[in-house]
Write a protein that binds this ligand. Structure first.
Ligand code: AMX
Length: 434
């Protein structure tokens, strides 16, 4: 039994006991009221989901297992000569709750390297898909195609899965699947954009380093991939893709079905597509104005957009009420490596200009740029096609979503089934209150 497995086993035993005691004691405590507007408006801010891996503080931003973005970037172990931590270390933090030592990260890297080889049929399936297929859909199909290899699903069919051991089978699937996602993604990238000139993995590299290497993109893109995959790994498990993964897994589906459903959840322009929207906006500004764009011109463009009732992409946040530290971390990377990039210069000008325009002309609650504001500019600087951005988002979110569904099984969370209400039922409920 590996040290990692032993550690997880002891954490699961302790957490399970704590969780059950907590439930016995507090299960009837009310934590809020539900307004009709919240039901209709996408359950915004309704506290109806459970995760122990992260929480969003409106002022501090995302907190992973008690650590802020800055703390995580500072404390997690890093590859030699790297300024960004190992993605494997963030996975370790999310799944165990502890900052790993060098040795503990090394163990995860070794586990991932042993398990990342793809079955040949995955390559064949990807090669036979229509040229026009969206790369994120290709990723989802490739993951689904491996579902029959799920250790959890096989054990379930044989009647071996119980509420005591379900987490062990889920952990096997999570550790088998997570390292394969970047390999599939790099293959899709080379297949679609680089004439199918596939690059073989480098066993000496960590997940982020190997991903950039297999895409054929030089340093420091590996540094950005590590940063990006950590920053987007988990956001209290409530966004469309993370929640979808959890929802599907709640019916005791395996990790393959659950994560590919979550990846499909990134398809919409309001979620996975938001990076592209923001990138397109900056690109249009650049194409129209080239380097003639000044603060004054940008202000006028924004006021005109707002007067037409349009939103400025990449600004605002549903929960945060301060600058998003995930945006600031990317901005810092940009300041170091993209200083002369024309789009980055526009993004920087926009950062100095747009928040006060939004404050003046709208009722926006958070006028600062969000995580999606400059990610696309940075990926594109290293040659990534904008249609591939969502695949990179999927890789990131898989880190947290897979850690979350592991814990769903460890804590025996039940199938999710909220109750729906009709307008007449709401009307009746309301009448009895008056
Ligand atoms: N540009 C112009 N107006 C904006 C705005 C923006 N970027 N963001 C919010 N507003 C307006 C809203 O339209 C709303 O106007 P109304 O009162 O006339 O209807 C008002 O400000 C209040 O909105 P809010 O409560 O601050 O925001 P929200 O919680 O309703 O929505 C969000 C949050 C992110 C959807 C919104 O800010 C937005 O559409 N931003 C632009 C698109 C974008 O960047 N999406 C990516 C989000 C990624 C992420 O969250 N990770």
């Amino acid at each position: 039994m590996s040290r990692f497995f032993e550690k997880i086993k002891s954490i699961v035993e302790i957490k399970r006991e704590e969780f059950n005691l907590f439930l016995q004691q507090y299960k009837n405590i009310k934590i809020g009221e539900i307004k009709i507007s919240q039901i209709i408006n996408g359950m915004r801010c309704l506290k109806v989901l459970f995760t122990d891996l992260s929480s969003v503080d409106p002022e501090k931003g995302i907190i992973w297992r008690g650590y802020t973005v800055d703390e995580v970037l500072q404390k997690l172990p890093k590859p030699p000569l790297s300024k960004m931590p190992y993605v494997e270390a963030q996975f370790y933090l999310l799944i165990t709750g502890d900052i790993p030592s060098e040795t503990e990260v090394r163990e995860i890297i070794d586990i991932f390297n042993e398990r990342r080889k793809l079955p040949d049929y995955v390559y064949n399936i990807l090669k036979t898909m229509p040229k026009e297929t969206d790369p994120n859909i290709m990723l989802s199909v490739a993951i689904n195609s491996m579902q029959h290899e799920s250790v959890f699903a096989k054990a379930y069919q044989k009647g071996k899965v119980t509420k005591y051991n379900a987490w062990e089978y889920m952990l096997e699937d999570v550790l088998n699947l997570l390292p394969k996602i970047s390999i599939i993604s790099a293959f899709i990238y080379r297949l679609k954009y680089k004439n199918n000139m596939f690059i073989k993995e480098d066993d000496s590299l960590d997940l982020g380093g190997n991903f950039a290497y297999m895409m054929g993109i030089k340093q420091p893109y590996d540094e950005f991939l590590r940063l990006y995959m950590i920053l987007l790994s988990d956001h209290e498990n409530g966004n469309v893709s993370a929640h979808t993964t959890h929802l599907v897994a709640s019916a005791l589906a395996d990790a393959y079905c659950s994560i590919s459903a979550g990846i499909n959840g990134l398809s919409g322009p309001l979620h996975g597509g938001a990076i592209r929207e923001s990138f397109n906006w900056f690109m249009n500004l650049y194409q129209q104005k080239k380097n003639q764009l000044t603060k004054k011109i940008l202000e006028q463009i924004c006021v005109d957009m707002l007067n037409k009732g349009l939103v400025i992409p990449g600004y605002g946040h549903a929960v945060l009420r301060n600058k998003d530290p995930r945006f600031l971390a990317q901005m810092k990377f940009g300041e170091e490596y993209l200083k002369n990039d024309e789009l980055f210069k526009i993004a920087r000008l926009a950062f100095d200009t747009i928040p006060h325009i939004l404050k003046k002309h709208t009722k926006i609650k958070n006028p600062w740029p969000n995580i999606d504001n400059i990610s696309g500019i940075i990926h594109s600087h290293y040659g990534i096609d904008k249609n591939f951005f969502t695949v990179l988002f999927s890789n990131s979110i898989a880190v947290g979503s897979l850690a979350n569904i592991f814990w769903d099984r460890a804590l025996n969370l039940p199938i999710e089934r909220p109750k729906s209400v009709t307008i007449s039922q709401l009307f009746e409920l309301n009448k009895t209150r008056i």
